[in-house]
Every structure is written in C-alpha cells, then in structure tokens.
Design a protein around this ligand. Structure first.
Ligand code: BTN
Length: 264
C-alpha cells in the first residue's frame, strides 16, 4: 500500500475548501467506534464540523445494532459532528446518502446508487454505510454522522456471509483508490449537500430519487417483523419508503422500523 494513502489530518485538510465540515480533522490509529469518539467531542459546542477518522475500529457499529467490521486501513471510517443543525434527522440521512454516493462515483468509475434509506451500492454490492445518531447535551442537540466506505478490500476480506453482497471501490474500479483524496471529496460533498438541504430540501429529495435503486422496482421489506411486497413509488424524508402493495393500498414504511429483505 503506498505511504500516501495513510490517513493524516494535515494531508486531508490541505486543499480542503470547506467552511464547516472538516473545520477540525482528527485521525486515530485505533478506536472503538468513531461515532462514540465523536459523541465525546460533541459535548463541546465548539465541535461543530469536527471529523474524526480512524484506521481501525474495534467495535464499529452499523444500523440496527449490527457490527461494522473492516481490516486496518482498508476503509475510510469517519464520523462528522453537526451541532444545532436545523435539519430533521430523516432528511439529513437522505442528504448524507446523496453526498456519499456522489463522492464514491468518481473513483469507482461507475455510478454509485442508494438503497433506502442510506446504503451505498456499486454494481449491486454494498460499498458504504451511514449510521446517523442524534445526542442531546447541555448545549443542545448534536448529530453524529458515521460513514464507512469500503476502499481496499478484496473479496476474501469480507466475512463469508457478506461476500455475495459487499464490495469495495478497488474491486469495482480495478485500481487502488486514494483514501486521502476520497476523504477530501467526502467532506466537500457533505458540506455542499447539507447546505442545499437547508435551503431547498426538495432538490435533495429529487437527487436521492434519481440515485435510488429501488424507485420503480419491486421491493420486499420487513416492518415490525411482518413482510410486505410492492412497487416502490416514492420516498418521503419523514414517512419513509412508499410502496404500492401487492395486497392493495399504498403504505409508507419509516426507516426506524423497516429493513429491506435480503433478496432485494
Ligand atoms: C450501516 O449499517 O450500513 C452503517 C455502517 C456505518 C459504519 C460507520 S464506520 C464509521 C462510523 N463508526 C461506527 O461505529 N460506525 C460508522
């Protein structure tokens, strides 16, 4: 692995033109979870825009209480702190998905798409995930946006149960992706889309729809333990995925209670 790919705060901040996201950049060699670390920093109001990266996590977390595993220096693992954001969590979640998908498309040399609510998919495989958490402190509310992007994994780096469904940028691009420039692109894209979401949420939702792999497709999902199948006819930032159900009727499924069935 080239020396230049090691995460370094000065190298990430060099040529970074953002005003808010990446105002401070920290890189840890090893931590439990960057989300937990960022949540500690978020106790201070000054932490707005702080980004914590790690080369390795010992207890990385995914959505729905899952574990997020990645070998050392194989991924871009980070958490962004947003203090006092006026954005609703569900809109921020869609916004981050758009920002991450647009970040990944270029180095991967193919379009990254979004699987609701915010899995990022390259050529059918999951390449990135987002864990958005909200915490309340004495100074008010903070969002912690945790992002994991698979970069240098080969197929056998993934656990056997994930090999069929996971991928990395290197696998899809057939070249070595530089995590430093990916980090800069990510922070730039996040700032860009978070600003747009605050000014014009409809624009973000429209972009999300264009990037969605499910819109117009048949989807099977599990909601509170029950299975539903139908055609995906829309997404609402608050109410969730909108399905025209096979059994009749239109229904919305919110992200908190819904998982997409594996076969989709
Ligand atoms: C998902 O389940 O798809 C979300 C995965 C989010 C993983 C990232 S890695 C960096 C940050 N720290 C964590 O513990 N989780 C997120």
């Amino acid at each position: 692995m080239p020396e230049t790919d090691s995460l370094d705060p000065d190298k990430i901040r060099a040529n970074l033109r953002t005003k808010r996201i990446g105002a401070e950049v920290l890189v840890y060699s090893r931590t439990s979870s960057t989300n937990d670390l960022a949540a500690e920093y978020a106790k201070s109001k000054q932490a707005d825009g702080l980004v914590v990266f790690a080369e390795e996590q010992t207890a990385g977390r995914g959505r729905g209480g899952t574990k997020w595993r990645s070998g050392r220096a194989e991924s871009l693992l980070c958490s962004v702190v947003l203090i006092d954001s006026a954005l609703a969590a569900d809109l921020l979640s869609l916004t981050c998905a758009v920002a991450v998908a647009e970040t990944i498309g270029k180095p991967a040399r193919c379009d990254a798409r979004i699987k609701w609510p915010n899995d990022i998919i390259l050529n059918g495989g999951k390449v990135a995930g987002i864990l958005l958490e909200s915490r309340t402190y004495t100074h008010g509310r903070a969002y912690i946006i945790g992002i994991g992007i698979n970069c240098h994994q080969s197929r056998d780096c993934f656990a056997p149960d994930l090999r069929r469904t996971a991928t990395s940028i290197d696998i899809e691009a057939g070249t070595f992706c530089d995590r430093l420039s990916l980090a800069r692109r990510l922070l730039t894209s996040l700032e860009h889309w978070i600003e747009i979401a605050a000014a014009n949420s409809a624009f973000v939702i429209e972009r999300w729809r264009k990037l969605s792999i499910q819109l117009g497709q048949r989807v099977t999902l599990i909601y509170d333990g029950r299975e539903f199948t139908g055609n995906c006819i829309g997404v609402d930032p608050e109410k969730g995925l909108i399905l025209q159900l096979d059994r009749g009727g239109v229904r919305m499924f919110d992200a908190a209670h819904t998982t997409i069935a594996k076969r989709n």
